[in-house]
Design a protein around this ligand. Structure first.
Ligand SMILES: [Zn+2]
Length: 371
């Protein structure tokens, strides 16, 4: 009798497996809430009935993943795609400790925009915000990422691709910037007995010192070299941020604060008694102090230029058509192209073209060496 009972169960199990298989293969959208497919995977489903297109799209993905051109701190490029030359390219971007990266595509058609690590593991895909496709990359270590940009097939479009790095933290003095930092990490202190473990940021007495991160005020105290000081523990990294020489406080211990909240006011307490008022700003990790500068140093913004006309092929001329790894005249030369070589244009920068050679290598060519 138990055999029949088990048999019923087996039939039930078989029915679940068969219907699961059918849904997975023919109606995968019903499992999206579980499987969380990427935009790339969702798009590939639409190519299921055109195997030639699917093959081409996959080949372009592999080509983009094998690209290795470098991006400067800011990058502004008009990329273009059309039916016969669908856009696909990869860019390597170094995000130093203390920096975050923002990558955006402003376009009237959807693109695939993703970040991979250097072993081609997907780290993050872009999301749509205010009609712009955006990637916001923040890591708690320095990280090299490969940005992959790919157009859908059979689209005709030109789009602005913008990549920028920014400091991870809010600047610790409200309304101030790089020029106010006048003493850096490592400067000699105490007649050479110590080295400066922070940045000195100058502002008039009473200027608001603000929370550089969301976190908890772990200590408010008046003692030693730092005088009146606030210690703020960052929710994200666990680092302790040190604000010293304050004239007065605006927070209490264990208070939760958000970026930009006023912690206290610039002064010259502690061993700053004889110096102009300034904030000594430090960052302490579990393994000691680190240089705060990259976390607060504001970066240049990418500079836009007017939309260029669409050029899909160019020919080199002159004797030094250097295909470069970076869009700068001291960028590493990948290849010296001889005269009258035809290249495909992927995108246009203000002084450079982003091109692909017939053997599949991408790089930058200066405007002066092509026609
Ligand atoms: Zn200092």
């Amino acid at each position: 009798m138990t055999f029949f009972k088990n048999n019923k169960f087996l039939i039930f199990l078989l029915a679940v497996i068969v219907s699961g298989y059918i849904v997975y293969n023919y109606y995968p959208q019903y499992l999206d809430f579980l499987l969380k497919p990427t935009q790339r995977e969702i798009y590939k489903r639409t190519l299921k009935n055109t195997p030639g297109d699917l093959l081409k799209f996959n080949e372009l993905e592999q080509l983009a993943l094998s690209d290795s051109i470098l991006v400067n701190n800011t990058h502004f490029e008009y990329i273009q795609t059309n039916d016969s030359l669908p856009f696909a390219a990869g860019y390597l971007l170094d995000i130093a400790l203390g920096k975050t990266a923002q990558i955006a595509i402003a376009s009237n058609v959807p693109w695939i925009l993703e970040a991979y690590d250097t072993s081609n593991k997907l780290l993050q895909e872009a999301v749509i915000q205010n009609d712009t496709l955006k990637l916001d990359l923040r890591f708690n270590k320095s990280q090299t990422v490969k940005i992959v940009v790919q157009a859908r097939l059979h689209e005709n479009s030109q789009a602005a691709l913008i990549m920028e790095l920014s400091p991870k933290f809010e600047f610790p003095l409200s309304g101030k910037g790089n020029a106010s930092i006048q003493s850096f990490w490592g400067a000699s202190r105490g007649g050479g007995s110590r080295s400066h473990e922070g940045n000195d940021i100058f502002a008039p007495k009473g200027h608001p010192a603000v929370a550089a991160v969301n976190g908890i005020v772990s200590s408010v105290r008046n003692r030693g070299l730092g005088g009146k000081q606030v210690w703020l523990r960052d929710d994200d990294t666990g680092y302790s941020l040190y604000y010293a020489h304050l004239d007065d406080w605006n927070v209490k211990e264990n208070q939760r604060v958000k970026r930009g909240d006023t912690l206290g006011f610039v002064g010259n307490t502690g061993n700053a008694r004889t110096t102009p008022p300034h904030l000594h700003f430090g960052i302490y990790t579990s393994s000691g102090a680190i240089d705060p500068k990259p976390f607060i140093w504001k970066m240049d913004k990418a500079t836009s230029f007017s939309i260029p006309g669409v050029v899909s092929k160019l020919q080199t001329f002159g004797k030094s058509a250097n295909l470069r790894l970076q869009p700068s005249s001291d960028g590493q030369v990948l290849k010296l192209l001889s005269e009258n070589v035809t290249v495909t244009v992927l995108g246009t920068l203000s002084q450079w073209y982003h091109v692909r050679t017939q053997d599949g290598i991408t790089g930058y060519l200066h405007r002066s060496v092509v026609k």
